[in-house]
Design a protein around this ligand. Structure first.
Ligand code: MGD
Ligand code: MGD
Ligand code: SF4
Ligand code: MO
Length: 743
């Protein structure tokens, strides 16, 4: 078909290729959604190397979400109790720039913050870094990846000397044994799961082990499901290491030649005998032995993980103790093996490349390295010392800065923190105190629009051209194929114009996103994520390409191109790592357990997560009838034993309380969850259900290294809800309802 566009699914980090076609095709009825609006047709792109034509329900239905409830014009108001009024871009920009200038002079640049997102394209991310970290001189840029990938970033960086998942999806079809830890891959990375599942079904010798406190759809497919107690992953990993050591199933050559710090690690793991580990994890000794046996007996072990590992107060330690097992057995740098972090959002990977967290800089550089700062300053033609030597505020520290008054300007883009941040009542109260909040989003209303002084309409995926990187380092160009609604503009364009209006005319003089990308790739030259050979043109001509992709690589065709592309599928194939001495580092961590253990008053561990059909705070999927039907209501999973003790019946309301707040859900009684543990999906904010916010309960305590909050566990109590006790008094809900009348 000549008028089709090849692009990338804008939802999860699997990064499936899509082919989209206009609503009207010759000789066929116009494609329409259930309300009769013409919508683009979507199908899997068979030529995309990551997904080979497959899509899940989210990708397949994405075009149904693109027209509804869009924010079309800039809007402004003086205070949160006022109604919004439509303003011109010029007026909105004036107000933003004036505010930024005033604050820089009165409070200094650190009073300014931007909270961005893994749903930015790389160009958006890059311009935001240049503006904040470079020209404004504050490192206060953080992204929702802080809540998502920062433990993986910290773990990789400390173990290997730099960030970067070393594996590729082909490994899913080459492995002998896949360990899936803290990942509900079947629902959250369905096409990755699909590839692994086909391989697993076809080859009886291939093993699949799932480590998750819940019996998820992923666990259903496993040869072995270890339903460990939440927060006991380090016990498990050290326990497996203990057995591998005892059985002599370790790669001493690899340990001697390619790693450091093994003896400190060996000192730790001798404290993890099977009896103790099984007890701590709440599993049987034979289950633990079986897991260790699968690992030890397999030639090629692949581990896959996501939020069950990262969203933890010991997230970095969890990642590193998992990597330890790969180093111990030499399961890295070869086909079918390696520690593979599954990225959440479509371009969280691109964000890492562009320096999109408060502690990093573009090109896999880090703020606290003077040479890295100097390189970036030089590249941006800024005086030495322009980039501050200390990291900026994390997402949560921005909330704290609103509480103390140190943050005077908060610019939120492509994330919905009034739902997705931990301790949401505290977050909402802080947002309410914010002197000046700019919120740049594609949709209206969202829960966060209630807390904005200025709303800026963003052109989203399909309405702008830019680049995204998926979990396997595959870079795909996402071309514009529809017009943005009203006056919506691409994020990078807005950031660049603010840069120019602040007087940084030269640094932000870009006309197209291709120009922005061309500058960005140069800053990656010679770095682990070297993309200097990539450009919009090249990606348009060749299709998706993986990094590293140095500039020196010639434009090739046919077999030669395929050969070249094979060389960068995996990292560390020469067993040399990005540390100064080329050796990977073992980490010696003991298990610490949960930040908020259960006690008599709060006897249950609450865990939170995702469902197959919904995407996060529902700004898109909540507006798609098919998906609404799949998951109509928020709920709470509880084990039959616990339900019986508390007289809780199926489908009746329960009230859940933590030290921070309360919420109410329909009870779903299931043996899929262990006794003592509860599960609530994260998808329902104030606009989609009354008082069913998972984050009313969660806490912000974070991993001391990655600063990623422990969204996967908090202590709660639960009881049958009685109507009389349920008084909704929150002042935030008043803001919400007045807000809803505006447009
Ligand atoms: N359908 C859908 N897919 C998505 C998304 C979505 O919103 N919807 N979002 C995307 C994003 S941004 C992300 S980050 C990913 C997240 O993808 P996943 O991490 O797979 O999803 P979650 O449901 O958040 O959590 C995964 C599992 O961690 C388990 N868990 C909880 N505590 C522990 C623990 O202590 N140890 C272990 N081992 N496991 C534990 C939970 O029971 C849960 O099943 O999904 C991406 N894909
Ligand atoms: N309890 C609990 N809380 C969690 C988690 C959990 O597991 N449990 N997971 C955490 C994780 S891993 C994540 S990633 C976060 C996700 O949380 P959020 O980032 O808050 O989730 P989204 O709903 O994806 O919000 C993205 C917003 O960006 C807008 N948008 C889409 N495209 C564009 C664009 O191109 N430009 C602009 N400007 N806007 C756009 C959408 O309309 C939407 O409002 O939630 C975190 N919170
Ligand atoms: S698996 Fe992820 S990237 Fe692929 S279609 Fe589904 S949501 Fe999109
Ligand atoms: Mo995420």
């Amino acid at each position: 078909m000549t008028n089709s566009t090849k692009t990338l699914c804008p939802y999860c980090g699997v990064g499936c290729g899509l082919e989209v076609l206009p609503p009207a095709q010759p000789g066929k009825p116009v494609n329409r959604d259930s309300e009769g609006t013409p919508i683009w047709q979507v199908r899997g792109d068979r030529n995309h190397p990551s997904s080979l034509g497959k899509v899940c329900v989210k990708g397949a239905t994405v075009s149904e979400s693109l027209e509804k409830s869009r924010l079309k014009y800039p809007m402004m108001r003086d205070s949160l109790t006022d109604e919004f009024r439509r303003v011109s871009w010029d007026e909105a920009m004036e107000a933003i720039v004036n505010r930024m200038q005033t604050l820089r002079l009165t409070q200094g640049p650190d009073a300014l913050c931007m909270y961005g997102s893994g749903q930015f394209q790389t160009e958006d991310y890059y311009i935001a870094q240049k503006l904040f970290k470079g020209f404004l001189g504050t490192n206060n840029f953080d992204a929702n990846s802080r809540l998502c990938m920062s433990s993986a970033v910290a773990g990789y960086t400390q173990s290997f000397g730099s960030d970067g998942p070393p594996c590729c999806y082909e490994d899913l079809e080459l492995t002998d044994c896949a360990f899936l830890i803290g990942t509900n891959t079947a629902e959250c990375h369905p096409i990755v799961f699909n590839r692994l599942r086909v391989h697993h079904k076809k080859n009886r010798k291939v093993k699949m082990v799932v480590v998750d406190p819940r019996r998820t759809q992923t666990a259903e497919a496993a040869d072995l499901h270890l339903a460990i107690k939440p927060g006991t992953d380090i016990d498990l990993f050290n326990g497996i290491a203990y057995l591998l050591m005892r059985w002599g199933r370790i790669d001493t050559f690899f340990i001697d030649e390619c790693t450091q710090n093994f003896s400190a690690y060996a000192d730790v793991i001798r404290h993890y005998p099977p009896e103790l580990v099984a007890r701590n994890c709440g599993i049987r000794i034979d289950e633990l032995e079986k897991a260790a046996q699968y690992w030890g007996d397999s030639e090629r072990v692949l581990s896959l993980w996501s939020m069950g590992i990262n969203q933890s107060s010991e997230g970095t330690a969890k990642v590193r103790t998992l990597i330890n097992l790969h180093l111990m057995t030499g399961d890295i740098g070869k086909p079918g093996a390696g520690p593979f972090s599954l990225t959440g959002q479509p371009n969280a990977m691109g964000g890492r490349e562009a320096g999109g967290l408060c502690n990093i800089l573009p090109g896999y550089r880090v703020i606290n390295n003077p040479q890295h700062r100097a390189e970036v300053e030089q590249f941006w033609k800024l005086p030495q010392g322009s980039i501050q030597p200390q990291r900026g505020r994390t997402a949560w520290e921005m909330i704290q800065g609103l509480e103390t008054g140190e943050v005077g300007f908060l610019w939120i883009a492509a994330t919905n923190p009034a739902v997705s941040m931990p301790d949401i009542k505290r977050t909402q109260a802080a947002l309410k105190r914010s002197p000046f909040t700019v919120y740049q989003d594609a949709y209206y209303p969202t829960e966060t629009s209630a807390y904005a002084h200025i709303l800026l309409p963003a052109a989203q995926w399909s309405e702008k051209t830019g680049v995204m990187t998926n979990s396997e380092r595959m870079v795909t160009l996402c071309p514009q194929f529809r017009d943005p609604p009203g006056e919506a503009r691409p994020d990078w364009e807005v950031f660049a114009e603010v840069g120019r209006r602040l007087g940084f005319t030269e640094g932000f003089n870009f006309k197209t996103s291709a120009e922005v990308y061309a500058e960005f790739v140069q800053i990656t030259e010679g770095r682990p994520c070297d993309s200097s050979g990539l450009s919009h043109d090249k990606l348009r001509t060749y299709g998706p390409l993986q990094w590293p992709y140095p500039d020196a690589w010639p434009w090739l065709e046919g077999e030669d191109l395929e050969q070249q592309n094979r060389t960068n599928k995996r990292l560390y194939t020469d067993f040399r790592f990005n540390t100064p001495d080329g050796r990977a580092r073992f980490a010696a961590y003991h298990s610490k357990g949960l930040a908020e253990p259960t006690d008599e008053a709060y006897p249950f561990v609450l865990t939170t997560g995702r469902l197959y059909g919904h995407w996060h705070t529902q700004t898109r999927t909540g507006r798609i009838p098919k998906i609404q039907k799949m998951h109509p209501d928020p709920f709470m999973e509880i084990h039959p034993q616990d339900a019986a003790k508390l007289n809780i019946e199926e489908n009746t309301f329960v009230e859940v309380r933590s030290r921070r707040g309360k919420a109410r859900f329909l009870a779903k009684i299931t043996k899929a969850i262990a006794p003592g543990t509860l599960f609530i999906p994260m998808h329902w904010g104030a606009l989609w259900a009354e008082d069913a916010e998972a984050n009313a309960l969660t806490h912000p305590n974070a991993c001391p290294t990655s600063l990623q909050p422990e969204l996967k566990a908090c202590a709660v109590q639960v009881k049958v809800a009685t109507e009389e006790e349920w008084v909704i008094t929150s002042s935030e809900s008043e803001v919400q309802s007045s807000e809803l009348r505006v447009i």
